[in-house]
Ligand binder design. Structure first.
Ligand code: HH2
Length: 282
C-alpha cells in the first residue's frame, strides 16, 4: 500500500464526495449551487478530510449522460472557488477529455474516471495533464449496468484482471505507473453478491503494488443489507469503509466525512502500532 498519488496524505486517506449534480443518488441537488458547494467543501476541510472529489455527472444506476457544456458549467466554477480559498487536493470525477483538461488548468490534483479513460481522447487528455489518475472497474454503462450484471467465473479475478490490463494500457500510452490508482468499482455493474465478494476478498486487489480507492458510501448494497434508505446508511457506510481500510484500501471515497475520519484515525493508529512492533522485533 502506498500514497504516491496523494503525496503527504495519511494512509488510509479520506476523500469527501462533492457532487455538483441535480441527480446524484444521495446528495443530488444539495450542492449544485457553487456557493453551497464551497460551503460544503469548507465543512469537509474543517472536519479534516484529506481530499475532495468533485463530480458533475451522476453515474448512479439508470443515470443519463450529461452534455459536455453542462458538465463544464457544473464543475469549473466550483473547482475555481475551492482553489481560490482552500489548499486541499481536489480530484475531479469525469470521463470527458475536455473536462480533464480544464480541471488540470484550474488546479485539480487527480482525475477520477469511472470509465477508466475509455472515452475517445481520454487517455491523451489525461496523460497530458501530468496528474495522478484513478481507473475503476465498471461492467457496462450507468444507464444499464445493473440490468443483469454477470461474471463468467470469479468476479474478484475478473475485476483484478481488468485493472491490471487497463493499467498496462495506460503505461503503454506513456503514463508513469506511479500516477495510477485503481478502484474495484463497488455498485458499477455488480450484484449484491458480487459486491460482497469484492469486499470480502479486497486484499486480493490491495496486495498488488498500487494504491486502491474504495467507494461504498451510502450505496444500494448497504440499503439491501440493512433495509435502510439513503439518508440512514451512515453507520453501514462507516463499517464498510472500515473493512476496506483494514483490508488495505489507501483511500475511501465517502459522504459522511466526520464519522469516517474517526474510523480512519483508528485504522491509522493500528498501522502506526504495527510499524513500532515491526521495529521492536528487528
Ligand atoms: N462512485 C460514484 C461516483 N464516482 N468514483 C470512484 N473512483 N469510485 C466509486 O465508487 C464512485 C466514483 C457513485 O457515487 P456518488 O458520486 O455518490 O453518486 P452519483 O454517481 O449518483 O453522483
Amino acid at each position: 500500500m502506498n500514497h504516491r498519488v496523494l503525496p503527504g496524505a495519511p494512509i488510509p486517506a479520506v476523500m469527501g464526495v462533492l457532487n455538483v449534480t441535480p441527480d446524484s443518488f444521495s446528495d443530488g441537488g444539495l450542492f449544485a449551487d457553487p456557493e453551497k458547494a464551497l460551503q460544503r467543501a469548507r465543512q469537509m476541510v474543517e472536519a479534516g478530510v484529506d481530499c475532495l472529489d468533485i463530480g458533475g455527472e451522476s453515474t448512479r444506476p439508470g443515470a443519463q449522460p450529461v452534455s459536455l457544456g453542462e458538465e463544464l458549467e457544473r464543475v469549473c466554477p466550483v473547482l475555481e472557488a475551492i482553489r481560490g480559498e482552500l489548499t486541499i487536493p481536489v480530484s475531479v470525477d469525469t470521463s470527458s477529455p475536455e473536462v480533464m483538461r480544464e480541471a488540470a488548468r484550474l488546479g485539480a490534483s487527480l482525475i477520477n474516471d469511472v470509465r477508466s479513460f475509455r472515452r475517445e481522447g481520454a487517455v491523451d487528455a489525461a496523460g497530458a495533464t501530468g496528474l495522478p489518475l484513478c481507473i475503476m472497474h465498471m461492467q457496462g454503462e450507468p444507464a444499464t449496468m445493473q440490468d443483469r450484471p454477470h461474471y463468467a467465473d470469479d468476479v474478484v479475478a475478473e475485476v483484478l484482471a481488468f485493472l491490471r490490463y487497463r493499467r498496462d494500457e495506460l503505461v503503454a500510452a506513456g503514463i508513469a505507473v506511479e500516477r495510477i490508482m485503481v478502484d474495484p468499482g463497488f455498485g458499477f455493474g455488480k450484484s449484491l453478491e458480487h459486491n460482497l465478494r469484492l469486499l470480502d476478498r479486497l486484499e486480493t486487489i490491495t496486495a498488488e503494488d498500487w494504491p486502491v480507492l474504495v467507494g461504498i458510501s451510502r450505496k444500494s448494497m448497504l440499503g439491501r443489507i440493512t433495509g435502510r434508505g439513503v439518508e440512514q446508511r451512515m453507520p453501514a457506510s462507516v463499517a464498510a469503509a472500515s473493512i476496506a481500510m483494514i483490508r488495505g484500501a489507501s483511500v475511501v471515497r465517502v459522504h459522511d466525512v466526520v464519522e469516517t475520519l474517526d474510523a480512519a484515525r483508528l485504522v491509522r493508529a493500528l498501522g502506526e502500532l504495527e510499524k513500532t512492533e515491526g521495529q521492536g522485533h528487528e
